[in-house]
Write a protein that binds this ligand. Structure first.
Ligand code: NAP
Length: 343
């Protein structure tokens, strides 16, 4: 069936300027890490993307390795671009990344010029695009000179393969260095993509949020729902088909009685705000305007609708924030390392 986007889509979403750039991003963005590989029916992928666009979500985040198998999420999205979003390219912000293992041999991961440029070309081919809007270095490579990795991003940017450049999961110090190298080459660093949610606050601990403010770089927080933990879905056990049931990247052993008690307490706060817990978790990440956009994932369209609804209440009282902090702290659980290794 031919897809016609909702006419009122732009009135449903809030758009926020990305750092000091001219680019505005929707407060909620959609990532295609999970549920866009060969393990998910194509109709579900289409429905998730259509629902997102219908609710004003203009930003779709990909990476070379999203699947399974790696590359299949970009292929699926390329198909959706052709069947559903043809004619809307200029209304979309599409990103991709390279950094994690993508192909065999010494040139298939990390941060060399060889890998990044070849991977960007492969991503464009899989999606059938002439350019992506944002291209990221997916992770800092300790063994490649940062000048080389940033030089590859500069080439990608200058050759028109990407309109903007980003980095993901770089700490505060590395981000400063990367931004300075790019600045010297005349390339602005648009955006940083770190993990961030109520249970994972490394960006605050590390000083990254302060650094990004100072540099005028925007930010897109991934796993704002802690992979689904910060929703009501696990309160009655582990539902079939959920991420924890599949043991993909969310380890079921983090769902302890103590964790459930915290989530229940958070859910009560969300209810008192007239929001779902997922909506409050997204609003929390976006509070105060320091994070440009919350990057969610979804396994069904109804989740996208729920998450997009977060924008109707983004403000918190001091008392609400203190109450959240009483129940949710920066947790040292291995889930986060695993998620940033895989994403
Ligand atoms: P998330 O939003 O924290 O978790 C998404 C999961 O939460 C969904 O798959 C779904 O779980 C559940 N969910 C979403 N909305 C819900 C709702 N309203 N009610 C109940 N459950 C809901 O984010 P994520 O998928 O882990 O990551 C988001 C994106 O961040 C990725 O797609 C990717 O683009 C990016 N990312 C980047 C990196 C990196 O290194 N740069 C790493 C990881 C992720 P079920 O599937 O169980 O239904």
């Amino acid at each position: 069936m031919t897809y016609h986007p909702a006419e009122d889509r732009y009135s449903k979403m809030v758009y926020r300027r990305c750092g000091k750039s001219g680019l505005k991003l929707p407060a909620v963005s959609l990532g295609l890490w999970h549920n866009f590989g060969h393990d998910t029916p194509h109709q579900v992928k289409r429905a998730i993307c259509q629902t997102a666009f219908d609710h004003g979500i203009t930003h779709f985040d990909l990476a070379n390795n999203y699947g399974p198998p790696p590359g299949s999420a970009e292929e699926a999205f390329g198909e959706i671009l052709r069947t559903d979003f043809a004619g809307f390219r200029d209304q979309l912000i599409i990103s991709s990344k390279a950094g994690y293992e993508m192909w065999n041999g010494p040139y298939g991961e990390w941060g060399s010029r060889k890998y990044l440029i070849a991977s960007c070309d492969q991503s464009l081919k899989r999606m059938g695009l002439e350019y992506v809007d944002i291209f990221y270095s997916h992770r800092f490579d300790p063994d490649t000179p940062l000048e080389e990795t940033m030089g590859a991003l500069e080439h990608i940017w200058r050759s028109g393969r990407a309109l903007y450049i980003g980095i993901s999961s770089y700490n505060s110090q590395r981000s400063r260095e990367a931004a300075a190298i790019l600045r010297d080459m005349g390339v602005p660093l648009l955006i940083h993509q770190p993990s961030y949610n109520m249970l994972n606050r490394w960006v605050e601990r590390d000083g990254l949020t302060d650094t990004l403010d100072e540099l005028g770089v925007g930010s897109i927080a991934f796993t704002p729902l802690a992979q689904g933990l910060l929703t009501k879905k696990y309160l009655g056990g582990i539902p079939e088909g959920s991420r924890a049931a599949q043991e993909k990247s969310l380890n079921s052993n983090v769902i302890t009685p103590e964790m459930i008690a915290k989530i229940k307490a958070l859910d009560e706060i969300a209810q008192s705000r007239g929001q779902s817990l997922a909506q409050m978790a997204i609003a929390w990440v976006l509070r105060g305007g320091r994070i440009t956009t919350a990057l969610i994932g979804a396994s069904k369209p109804s989740q996208v609708i729920d998450c997009a609804g977060a924008v109707s209440n983004l403000d918190f009282t001091e008392a609400e924030l203190a109450e959240i902090d009483r129940h949710a702290q920066d947790e040292a659980i291995n889930l986060w390392a695993r998620s940033s290794e895989m994403g």
